[in-house]
Design a protein around this ligand. Structure first.
Ligand code: ATP
Ligand code: MG
Length: 329
């Protein structure tokens, strides 16, 4: 059975329209005008326990708005959300026991306290049994390399240090579901790696369901099995990561190591089926769509003008696929 269900989920924001200038301001005071904006526009999905889902889309697509409805911070305009049998905005306290959430640069830790004191407060708040708390603290300290940070005040931590503590705090009460809204934003590559490893590790051990929004495609590549892609508040893809690549990743890049090349290839070959993107005497880089041609046909054409010694092919990376989709709108 699904642990998270969204049914025809809609969120409209009401925004104020003000006329320009002081007169506009005064008019607004007496007769405010509003317009509606639909940020999430009829979304449906079911997520099963233990899934690692990448919830992605362009800036402003409606990701954070969805996550906020799933956590119960926002009330949907219409439609339904059911998380672990609860309607989050109606049963916030009960729901909070089952979930953990990280929102980008906001912190749930107490600014002036040493990190360990925040952890102790969380232990009290969630009534985490002593043994469980110690076990998690030990494990998380190792995995996220927190040893030297625990006694430091949160306000004195760097962004990456703070996020590692934040992640630990989020998982401390063994939540069934964790929402991570851009947890790797602004972090260096090693910290990102560390956080990704941590998420995968905990998911494997505790079957924690994770919904991750991010603009770093590597987060998705390394952590998620399933992708939900939204655009202007609507889902445009929902399925396995590999299926996403198969559906959209039609472009193949190839690098050919060549010798005895005769003149400039790009000038000689004017094929509609493939494009030469770079060439030198020893190397030709090209791309083609496997809908239009095959590597055998490409080779046949190229071999007319040189000897091909070696070939290296690469499927489209997630990043390229997303770029294409975003560009096309
Ligand atoms: N409180 C609000 N009032 C009015 N409009 C809002 C509010 N919050 C978000 N929006 C609008 O709703 C749309 C979706 O915003 P949301 O924050 O969900 O996007 P997002 O997919 O998380 O984007 P990003 O990748 O930039 O974080 C945007 O156009 C945004 O301007
Ligand atoms: Mg967002």
């Amino acid at each position: 059975m699904a642990i998270i269900e969204a049914k025809n989920l809609v969120k409209e924001y009401k925004t104020i329209i003000k006329d320009k200038g002081i007169l506009g301001y005064i008019k607004h005071l007496f007769k405010p005008k509003y317009e509606k904006f639909t940020a999430v526009d009829g979304i449906n999905f079911e997520i099963n326990e233990g899934e690692l889902v990448g919830y992605i889309g362009e800036n402003g697509a409606g990701k954070s708005t969805t996550i906020k409805m799933l956590t119960g911070i926002l009330t949907p305009t219409s439609g339904e959300v059911i998380v672990n049998g609860l309607v989050p905005y109606k049963s916030r306290i009960e729901n909070n026991k089952n979930i953990g959430a990280v929102f980008g640069q906001k912190t749930q830790l107490w600014w002036d306290l040493p990190v360990i004191e925040s952890f102790r407060l969380i232990k009290k708040m969630y009534k985490i049994p002593e043994g469980e708390y110690r076990k998690n603290l030990k494990k998380f300290t190792e995995l996220l390399d927190l040893e030297d940070l625990l006694e430091k005040q949160v306000k004195n931590l760097s962004l990456g240090q703070k996020m590692r503590c934040e992640i630990a705090a989020t998982f401390l009460h063994n939540p069934k579901i964790v929402y991570l809204d851009e947890p790797t934003i602004g972090l260096d590559v090693l910290v990102k790696e560390n956080i990704r490893r941590f998420i995968k590790n905990i998911n494997k051990e505790k079957n924690t369901t994770v919904i991750l929004t991010t603009h770093d495609v590597k987060d998705i590549e390394e952590v998620c099995d399933r992708i939900i892609l939204i655009d202007k508040g609507k889902i445009i893809f929902d399925g396995e990561k590999q299926k996403f690549k198969d559906n959209y990743g039609k472009n193949i890049k190839a690098e050919l190591i060549v010798k005895d090349k005769v003149g400039n290839m790009a000038e000689k070959i004017n094929s509609e089926n493939f494009t030469i993107t770079e060439e030198s005497n020893e190397l030709i880089k090209l791309k083609f769509s496997h809908e239009k041609t095959t590597i055998m046909n490409v080779m046949e054409e190229i071999s007319k003008y040189c000897k091909v010694l070696d070939i290296h092919m690469q499927e489209s990376e997630l990043e390229d696929i997303l770029k294409e989709i975003y560009k096309k709108g």
